[in-house]
Structures are given as structure tokens and as C-alpha cells.
Design a binder for this molecule. Structure first.
Ligand code: IPE
Ligand code: IPE
Ligand code: MG
Length: 242
């Protein structure tokens, strides 16, 4: 990883990764799609390690969308089991590295196996005092659902008199999203050459820079992450200014 060419003063505070292309990676090799998800695990943990090494404080990875339930029963079952098994195998190392683990999404969904729910809670509780890297798994996540749920809770608090209507602004909305204190996304990376958000961080990415490497996720390396950050650092962010 040749991180020396990165400007340490212009590192993104929050990177989001849409890990895409696992299925195609497997299909290209004549394997089942699920073999691609298994192959993506190493790439994911290498990216997490690289984020730690680079000192990126927030990393959000999209591992299961609210739309992914429409895949085959086999693939959904694999992804559910995989997400839970991976946590069990990796959480102690992440904890030792000072990583705080979060899950963002509709975690009460009855389709999520109870064992996964327990594992997610354990991992969050185990790492709650860490703050070197905030690692967020967007799991059963969809931005529209996140915003709809925020709207529902805002309306509830307004109706019960705990929130004055005329104080509601964009900061209020941010504070009702799944992960309190999550900064806006600076850089969104989507692998596999697809150029879309697929319901990821719609609110948080309002002023994010987007980088779309062609590489399929199982082949994504720390070098690719550095390359994406280098591209981010070449961009001129204007935030509406002239
Ligand atoms: C991304 O890879 C991983 C998840 C959605 C969990 P895909 O499974 O979407 O791979 P492609 O896009 O079909 O190649
Ligand atoms: C987005 O990828 C969801 C995750 C990476 C978890 P998809 O592969 O599901 O998105 P579409 O269907 O190509 O938009
Ligand atoms: Mg895909």
C-alpha cells in the first residue's frame, strides 16, 4: 500500500463502501454466487485494516440491503449465516484493534434470524468503548426506510410535545438517523463499475465525492482503497461556494 502519496491533512473522515460484484466474480469462475460472498470477506477485512492503518475514523460498509431479500432463498440464507459467522470469527480481533462496531438498518425485522440479532448486539456491546475506528455495517439497510423511520419518530416527538415543530431542521433529521453522531459521508466507493447508490446513505452523502473502481469486490485491495482516496484528494469540494 503506497499511502505516502496521500495528504494526511485531507483524509476523508467518513468513507462508505458499497461492496459490489461478488456474484459476478464467482460466476466468472463457474462458481456459485455465494462463493463470491465468501471470497469478499477477506477483501472486506483487508479494507477495514487499511482504514485503521490510514487513520480513517468512520467506515460504513453495505453488506445487505432492504432490497436484497428478493434474492434466492439460498443466497439470502447464506448471507444471513455469513454475516453472523463472520462476526463471531472477527469481533475479538476488531475489538483488540480498537474498533467500535455498529449495525445500521432495520434490525427488528422478523426475517433476521435470532442468532444474528444476538451476535450483532454482542459485538456492539463488546466494542462500545472503542473509538479508533467506527465501523458501521449497513445490514438490512435502506436509506428510504431510515428516513421514513426518522420522520415517524420526529412526528411522534412533536405530537407528544417533546419537540417544537419550528425547531425541526436538517440537524434534527440527522440526529434521528440510525447512528447518532455519524458524520456526513465524504467519500463513497462502489466497486464493480456500477454507478448508483442503491438506497445507500442518501441523506449522509449529500456532498460526498463518488469513486467507482471497476474492480469486483473480492479483488478489491488496500491499494485500491488508497487509489480511491488519492482520487478523492484530487477533487475540489465546493459545497455550493463559487
Ligand atoms: C455485493 O455483491 C454483495 C451483496 C449484495 C451482499 P453482489 O452479490 O451484488 O454481486 P453482483 O452485483 O451480483 O455481481
Ligand atoms: C447494493 O448492491 C447492496 C449491497 C452492496 C449490500 P446490489 O447489488 O444489491 O445493488 P443493485 O441491485 O445492483 O442496485
Ligand atoms: Mg450487486
Amino acid at each position: 500500500m503506497s499511502e505516502s502519496r496521500l495528504d494526511p491533512d485531507r483524509m476523508p473522515r467518513h468513507v462508505g463502501i458499497i461492496l459490489d460484484g461478488n456474484g459476478r466474480w464467482a460466476q466468472q469462475r463457474g462458481l456459485q454466487r455465494t462463493a463470491g460472498h465468501a471470497a469478499g470477506e477477506q477483501a472486506l477485512f483487508d479494507a477495514i485494516q487499511a482504514a485503521l492503518d490510514l487513520g480513517i475514523p468512520w467506515l460504513t460498509v453495505y453488506t445487505f440491503s432492504t432490497e436484497n431479500w428478493s434474492r434466492s432463498d439460498d443466497e439470502v440464507a447464506f448471507l444471513m449465516h455469513f454475516n453472523q459467522d463472520l462476526l463471531l470469527r472477527r469481533r475479538d480481533d476488531l475489538h483488540a484493534d480498537g474498533v467500535r462496531i455498529y449495525f445500521m438498518g432495520d434490525l427488528d425485522d422478523p426475517r433476521i434470524p435470532e442468532l444474528n440479532k444476538a451476535r450483532m448486539k454482542e459485538a456492539e456491546e463488546l466494542t462500545v468503548d472503542n473509538d479508533r475506528l467506527h465501523l458501521v455495517f449497513a445490514f438490512n439497510y435502506g436509506s428510504r426506510l431510515e428516513l421514513a423511520e426518522a420522520a415517524r419518530r420526529i412526528a411522534g416527538d412533536a405530537l407528544s410535545g417533546n419537540l417544537a415543530l419550528d425547531t425541526i431542521d436538517s440537524e434534527t433529521v440527522s440526529s434521528y438517523l440510525y447512528v447518532a453522531g455519524m458524520p456526513d459521508a465524504d467519500l463513497i466507493i462502489r466497486t464493480s463499475g456500477e454507478h448508483r447508490l442503491s438506497n445507500f446513505l442518501l441523506w449522509q452523502a449529500a456532498y460526498a465525492e463518488f469513486v467507482f473502481p471497476e474492480v469486483l469486490f473480492p479483488d478489491f485491495t488496500p491499494g485500491h482503497l488508497v487509489e480511491c482516496i488519492a482520487e478523492y484528494q484530487r477533487r475540489k469540494r465546493r459545497f455550493g461556494r463559487a
